[in-house]
Design a protein around this ligand. Structure first.
Ligand code: UD1
Length: 419
């Protein structure tokens, strides 16, 4: 298991290009089995969640080839409809495969999904919606079996705008008989990207980015070459890194409106932010002020995937901050690690009360989940002295070449293989 050795206290300067969005690429990979023709997803990030999804596609019988940063999927030979349990548990997003596999084979089987250990993460919304589309579902010994004679369009209303359930419904409805109207849909930019991708394959999907999405089932879909949107969470992590360390950084490739609330919060901290087309420039000098309150919400609210990084920033700002995590129950597991660095944070249920300290100091830190791990790395970059961040397996799930990108901005960070 690799670790990072970080010497904190170096300001960051320069330009960083955002990778393609992990949370777009994963559903696009799932969608690739909706056609037997070749699908090419351009500029795929080298992250282990993508490798894991590629393995799942191969297990199903698809040919997956990574070529010069792109990935080509030909699923003509796919015949398996069962996702191996170890891969489902490794990657929660594999649950999207249920919708795709049902569209393709009218059958699908997977284990209860895995992913980051950040709370219960049930999939009742996914299963109820699939049942509305005519799917029979049985659950036995941790395995979910789905089958249908024909998927049929339906009116579905989600009680909560779940990102994954919205995506799964799109994947199940694009080849269904008739029209599906989905109310209470998630509005994340990655949903819009999935709609655009499916339409590029010949689907009829409209309304993504609003509460109501309409899908008129198509007879069949065809191959396509598609470039996904850039990763707003990776981009946001670099902006927060600059806020923590001081300096001036430009993040290129990402649409500023996809990070609206983060930019507002960084201005509140005292950072200067300039946006132009798909570039965001941040300048951070001197001690910043705490945000009064940051509350995570579905898009366009503050993203839960940037909560940990924002808490790490507030930990050494002046004043106090209240952080409220509304999406996942146990998303503060990184806080005890920040305490080792001298942070003053008290967690009570979904609230974290941060009292900013003058400076964090280096410590040995254990990364327990993807975004929590990123938060520890950012805290270490801004801290006095040397830190070690152990177990990079979580961070590798979502950040491609994090060390290379941070080093190019002037950070002192080494990756060390622990035998
Ligand atoms: C996606 C993102 C993840 C992000 C999250 C919230 C991907 C691959 N992952 O995860 O990075 O943190 O959105 O923005 O895109 N819920 C239910 N029942 C369900 C489904 C969800 O109760 O059937 C609850 C969850 O427990 C959670 C909330 O809804 O409290 C949000 O989950 P959801 O939007 O589904 O997140 P994911 O799609 O898993």
């Amino acid at each position: 298991m690799d670790k990072f050795v970080i010497e904190g206290g170096k300001p960051l300067f320069g330009t960083v290009f955002a990778q393609s969005a992990k949370n777009s690429v994963l559903p696009l990979l799932a969608a690739s089995v909706l056609t037997e023709e070749e699908v090419v997803i351009r500029e795929t990030p080298k992250i282990t969640d993508v490798t894991c999804m590629a393995k799942i596609l191969e297990e199903l019988g698809a040919q997956v080839v990574f070529r010069k940063g792109d990935v080509s999927i030909v699923s003509a030979g796919a015949k398996n409809h069962r996702i191996p349990s170890e891969l489902t548990r490794e990657l929660r997003s594999s649950v999207f495969m249920l919708g795709s596999l049902l569209s393709r084979f009218r059958r699908a089987e997977c284990a209860y999904p895995g992913g980051c250990d950040i709370g219960l993460r049930p999939i009742d919304l996914h299963l109820n919606a699939l049942a509305r589309l005519g799917v029979r579902i049985t659950e036995r010994e941790g395995y979910i079996s789905c089958s249908c004679d024909r998927l049929r369009g339906a009116e579905i209303a989600l009680d909560f705008p779940s990102v994954g359930a919205t995506e799964n419904i799109l994947l199940a409805a694009v080849l269904a008989e008739g029209k599906t109207v989905l109310g209470g849909a998630a509005k994340e930019p990655e949903i819009v990207d999935l709609q655009n991708f499916l339409n590029a394959m010949g689907a009829n999907v409209h309304g993504a980015g609003t509460d109501v999405i309409e899908i008129v089932g198509a007879e069949s879909l065809h191959g396509t070459v598609y470039t996904p949107i850039k990763d707003r969470i990776e981009a946001g992590s670099f902006l927060i890194a600059c806020a923590v360390c001081g300096g001036e950084v430009e993040v290129a490739g990402v649409k500023p409106e996809s990070l609206g609330l983060l930019l507002h919060k960084l201005r509140e901290n005292g950072c200067k932010i300039h946006t132009k087309n798909d570039k965001i420039k941040i300048a951070s000098y001197g001690r910043l002020k705490c945000n009064r309150k940051i509350e995570t919400m579905p898009f366009p609210g503050f993203p839960t995937d940037l909560q940990a990084q924002a808490t790490a920033l507030n930990a050494s700002c002046e004043g106090g901050a209240l952080i409220v995590e509304n999406l996942f129950e146990t998303r503060y597991k990184y806080v005890p690690e920040l305490l080792k660095m001298g942070a003053d944070i008290e967690v009570k249920g979904r609230n974290a009360f941060v009292r900013g300290v003058e400076r964090l100091h280096g410590a040995e830190l254990v990364s327990g989940d993807l975004r929590g791990g990123a938060a520890l790395i950012l805290a270490a970059l801004g801290a006095e002295g040397v830190s070690e961040v152990l177990d990079l397996s979580h961070v590798d799930r979502g950040y491609a070449d994090l060390q290379g990108k941070l080093t190019a901005l002037g950070a002192q960070i080494r990756r060390v293989t622990v035998p």
